[in-house]
Design a binder for this molecule. Structure first.
Ligand code: ADP
Length: 477
């Protein structure tokens, strides 16, 4: 771990194994941080805050730019580490994640001096203005599915505006983020960024309830998000939560083409094994194109190469761990057990052969699914998509919105009126029209309903989530 600028073991010396999900072999061990380690880290961050908040914003930004350059120089080795620990394929995922990581440092470095205030016109004899001040120690907790990119986002937004940070890495994929945090230490004063490794119920929970943490920023499951929000409520600290999703992709009859098929596959994040909170996992297809569109989807999916994440030819790697693998399989079993359900491609993973060496699951598509089935309602976090037909636009929107989640959505049609009408009617924080790609710095990203609270990834997200407004009123008479 990294505490107060130095490498640190857990106080009690305990360790966690990090497994390569493609081979099920242990590739490293990291400290199993606990309450005492979190406390040390938070105290170091609180001490560093006193001087870090006074560093001129442009200087803070310049340091982030230097970190961006240093990370960029190491994209390849860190991407290999990320591929090894997550099972994500290097060509389709891990390398891209590292490029985004460098970009995020650079983007927020450039925005560091944009934490501007306002003046309020209260009359000639009154000067009233606001300042955007840092909040203090931020407690950040990140998941394993994009471990370095999401961790970096919390680091960059926090420190750009003068906060300090204790970040809890995901227990399944801490290695890439550890290396990035190590690079940061070459540029940031000790204590500004502290990185803890450990389990959620131990290190994560200790961080969420620590009295010196003044802001919580969490990305992970809705279930744990609720615990974080409770911990925040106990001390009245601001919290941002980026949680799960079960995002709809609505395809109109005029979009029965290859570009849409490719976009739907990208939107479902099949090449991340579906392990993305924005995965467009509910495919609502107009009945007229239902069969022909799905034929094209399955034809393309059958060509995806599954296997060794480090092989440049691989499109799709492994599921992160045994627990998730079993969970995904139990959803597939559930789908296979439904009488009306039809599996068009994929299904349960092979029990022998090379793919049985790791947690590999083939891309799986179910048709004949009703919107109230478990596989259509719950977030599977695996490469499993359900296809549901619709006849009427309003019916499609009603089904799309019939979910306790509201993170992302995809609309496919060449008719701009229909596209925008649908985009506006969908209850989700992010709607993409005729594309299925990932978030980019600058977008205010976050969810409606139980997909979260607060927005991150943008200037506004940084200002609203990582600074607090102070109003100063001066009597000039
Ligand atoms: P995922 O399904 O992606 O693993 P989780 O919500 O379980 O999602 O985990 C996301 C992050 O939250 C991880 O870093 C994990 O260690 C942490 N975490 C899990 N449980 C808790 C908890 N009770 N308190 C704080 N953090 C937790």
């Amino acid at each position: 771990m990294i505490i107060d600028g130095k490498a640190a073991d857990a106080q009690d010396g305990r360790l966690i194994d990090v497994e390569n999900p493609a081979t099920r072999q242990v590739i490293a061990q990291v400290p199993r941080g606990g309450e005492a380690d979190v406390d040390r880290a938070v105290r170091a961050a609180a001490k560093a805050f006193e001087s870090w908040r006074e560093v001129p914003p442009r200087d803070r930004g310049r340091l982030l730019m230097k970190i961006a350059d240093a990370v960029e120089a190491e994209i390849e080795p860190i991407a290999r580490t990320v591929a090894l620990e997550t099972g994500n394929a290097i060509r389709t995922q891990a390398r891209g994640e590292m490029k985004v990581t460098a970009d995020v440092f650079r983007y927020f470095g450039g925005l560091a001096s944009e934490a501007k205030g306002e003046t309020i016109p209260l009359g000639e004899n009154m000067l009233c203005y606001t300042r955007r001040e840092p909040i203090g120690v931020v407690g950040g907790i990140v998941p394993w599915n994009m471990p370095v990119g999401l961790g970096t986002l919390k680091i960059a937004m926090s420190v750009a505006v003068g906060n300090t940070l204790v970040l809890k890495a995901a227990e399944d994929a801490p290695l890439g983020l550890l290396r990035v945090a190590e690079i940061c230490q070459q540029f940031l004063p000790p204590g500004v960024l502290n990185l803890i490794t450990g389990f959620g119920e131990e290190a994560g929970a200790a961080l969420a309830r620590h009295p010196l943490v003044r802001k919580l920023s969490f990305t992970g499951s809705t279930e744990v998000g609720k615990l974080i929000m409770h911990a925040a409520a106990d001390r009245i600290v601001p919290v941002s939560l980026e949680l799960g999703g079960k995002s709809p992709a609505i395809v109109f009859p005029d979009a029965n083409d290859d570009k849409t098929v490719d976009g739907v596959i990208t939107g479902m994040r099949f090449t991340r094994q579906g392990q993305s909170c924005t995965a467009g996992s509910r495919l609502f297809l107009h009945r007229d194109i239902f069969d022909s569109f799905l034929e094209k989807v399955t034809a393309k999916l059958s060509k995806l190469k599954i296997g060794d994440p480090l092989d440049e030819a691989t499109d799709m790697g492994a599921i992160i761990n045994r627990k998730q693998f079993d969970r995904v399989c139990s959803y597939i079993k559930d789908g296979l057990g439904q009488k009306e359900g039809r599996v068009l491609i994929g299904g349960l993973p092979p029990k022998d052969g090379p793919l049985a060496q790791g947690y590999f699951v083939q891309p799986t598509v179910f048709a004949g699914v009703a919107n109230d089935w478990r596989i259509a309602r719950e977030e599977i976090f695996g490469p499993v998509m359900v296809a549901i037909p619709w006849d009427d636009e309003r019916e499609a929107i009603r089904m799309a919105n019939d979910s306790h989640y509201g993170l992302a959505a995809y609309v496919w049609t060449r008719d701009i009126t229909k596209a925008l009408r649908t985009a506006h009617a969908i209850e989700s924080g992010w709607v993409q029209v005729n594309q299925g790609g990932g978030q980019m710095p600058g977008m205010s990203y976050g969810g409606f309903k139980q997909s979260g609270i607060g927005r991150e990834y943008s200037l506004e997200g940084m200002l609203d989530g990582f600074t607090q407004r102070k109003c100063v009123t001066v009597n000039l008479q």
